[in-house]
Design a protein around this ligand. Structure first.
Ligand code: AHG
Ligand code: MN
Ligand code: MN
Length: 317
């Protein structure tokens, strides 16, 4: 633990644990985030060593699970159970909210492996987590999260977290510790890059086509990988940009899930000075009716989020 004793050398690097401690995070939340970060190290190892194939099972959304989806979910569950700090949890890979200990302080929602179908292509993928106080998840709003974080498994393994005091980025070093890279990441109001998800929707959703044409006409740069962790991290890392996944005939509410994907990213993006909308309201204010709820998402630089919402609603062209 950081101490003022003259016997404690001044550290040459700041660990995730020390950073959480300095941010005056409660001990319970600090321990829980450390436990989740530890789970991510095992997932990072599993990605490098596990076969990329299908598990032969489907998740609650009817999507084929790859072996790594199942394994990552198991690794996280194991760490949440061991922490003794989790009242309940809900995973993209499990149908129900699971109660562990109603007296424990936190509920955790997570997407164990986002972009898992990209593993064989060796694209960057990630894990996403949101943390609530208490044991209820249904009936809450993402604004009630007390922390959110994601881990990006790319050429480097990065962890980006917020406990409501800015957004901070850590890198996994060779001895397996997350070390501070950049503090207080910020997202500017104007976007220069665009990341259009569920692009198939342009065939039946004229305003989305208009939006896409505008981005092309304005010579904005395309940055889309197919894993929202990597695509939204691009926005947070470069300090500008827009990511969308909006509705169309195939996915009327877009493809992404409110609880496991959009909620945690909305929390992080607002902490970084950006915005996240479902087209009308902040994602942070959308009530959670069910864990399988999908929502359109327009997230990133504030002015661009507003412009996209105006165009999609037909307010402007
Ligand atoms: P998951 O792997 O957890 O199912 O999520 C994949 C999601 C998200 O990461 C990404 O933005 C979106 O699916 C990509 O959809 P398309 O392949 O249709 O672009
Ligand atoms: Mn996902
Ligand atoms: Mn997933």
């Amino acid at each position: 633990m950081p101490s003022n004793s003259p016997y404690c050398p001044i550290p040459s690097r700041i660990s995730l644990n020390a950073h959480l401690y300095r941010a005056e995070t409660s001990d319970d939340l600090r321990h829980l985030i450390n436990d989740v970060a530890r789970a991510a190290k095992y997932i990072q190892f599993a990605i490098r060593t596990t076969e990329a194939g299908l598990a032969g099972t489907k998740n609650q959304f009817g999507e084929d699970q790859v072996k790594l989806d199942v394994l990552s979910d198991e690794i996280i569950r194991q760490h949440l159970c061991e922490s003794q700090l989790v009242a309940s949890f809900s995973s993209e890979e499990m149908e129900d909210v699971i109660e562990l200990d109603p007296k424990a302080p936190y509920s955790v929602v997570y997407d164990p492996l986002d972009g898992s179908s990209l593993v064989d292509a060796n694209f960057a993928i990630g894990s996403i987590f949101g943390f609530y106080e208490g044991k209820e998840i249904i009936g809450r709003r993402p604004r009630e999260q007390v922390a959110a974080l994601y881990v990006l498994y790319g050429p480097r393994t990065l962890l980006v977290y917020s406990v409501g005091k800015g957004v901070h980025e850590f890198i996994l070093n060779d001895v397996g510790e997350f070390i501070l890279l950049r503090e207080n990441l910020g997202v500017a109001d104007k976007a220069k890059t665009f990341s259009p998800g569920n692009i198939g929707a342009v065939t039946d959703t004229a305003p989305y086509r208009n939006m896409l044409n505008l981005w092309l006409d304005e010579k904005m740069k395309l940055r889309y990988s197919g894993a929202m962790v990597a695509d939204i991290h691009h926005v947070i890392s470069k300090g500008q940009g827009i990511f969308t996944n909006v509705g169309g005939a195939k996915y009327p509410e877009g493809k992404l899930r409110l609880v496991f994907e959009c909620g945690p990213f909305a929390y992080l993006m607002e902490q970084a000075g950006g915005a996240a909308s479902d087209g009308k309201n902040s994602i942070l204010d959308v009530a959670i009716r069910d864990t399988d709820q999908r929502t359109p998402i327009i997230i990133g630089s504030k002015e661009e989020v507003k412009r996209v919402c105006d165009i999609l609603s037909g307010k402007t062209r």
